[in-house]
Ligand binder design. Structure first.
Ligand code: HPA
Ligand code: MG
Length: 219
């Protein structure tokens, strides 16, 4: 019953995109001409990302509205989501009598080469997170498990994770974020700051890369 109640409020797994979802044709949207031929389809249009992010901001405000929050943005892939989420929280905060004092910090994680996850996860810029002590945190980004352990060691009062995307991976032991934008098929996606070897961060929609694109930008 409790699980059902949570789902009915739009929490838990977020908007579910099924495995057989073919996506939208690129021809229906505008996107940078330098990527023509490099993408198969639009899996989440930019406008939908923005609408979902607005709701996540609302949920975060409802849950944490009376606490100061420390936002820890996971670079590079999380920068766009973090910026848009923080903007929406600011909008809500400015337009109500419950304002949230917020600071924003950045950490960098790197573990992918081409479309493969590599074993070694590097945490850059997170050596001293002592500013987290006794604060509430909303982290944004991926590869959260290692990072969470690292962050917990600094003794924050509360940790909440916001993830725009959660991939349906079989037998995954990864932790599920507290705030999820979309649950998506286990495919490599790019755009909205997510990259393939640093390309496609300058694409607004979340798209599936084509084989041509993979070959073109392979290293
Ligand atoms: N796209 C880009 N970066 C990623 C992905 C992905 O699908 N999964 C993990 N890092
Ligand atoms: Mg990457």
């Amino acid at each position: 019953m409790a699980e059902f109640a949570v789902q009915s409020e739009g929490r838990s797994e977020g908007i579910v995109i099924k495995d057989d979802w073919p996506g939208y044709s690129l021809d229906l949207f505008s996107y940078p001409a330098h990527y023509s031929g490099d993408l198969d389809c639009v899996i989440i249009p930019h406008g939908v990302i923005m609408d979902r992010t607005e709701r996540l901001a609302r949920n975060i405000m409802d849950d944490l509205g009376d606490h100061a929050i420390v936002v820890l943005c996971v670079l590079k892939g999380g920068y766009q989501f973090c910026a848009d989420l923080v903007d929406r929280i600011k909008d809500l905060s400015h337009n109500s009598n419950r304002t949230i004092p917020m600071t924003v910090h950045f950490i960098r994680l790197k573990s992918y080469l081409n479309d493969e996850s590599t074993e070694d996860l590097h945490i850059l810029g997170g050596e001293d997170l002592s500013f987290l002590a006794g604060k509430g945190i909303v982290g944004t980004g991926k590869t959260m498990k290692t990072l969470l352990k690292h962050v917990e060691a600094f003794g924050p009062k509360m940790i909440k994770v916001a993830g725009l995307l959660v991939k349906r991976v079989l037998h995954s032991s990864a932790c599920v974020p507290d705030y999820v934008g979309f649950e998506i098929p286990n495919r490599f996606v790019v755009g909205y700051a997510l990259d393939y070897n640093e390309y496609f961060r300058d694409l607004n929609h979340i798209c599936v890369i084509s084989n041509t694109g993979k070959m073109k930008y392979k290293i």
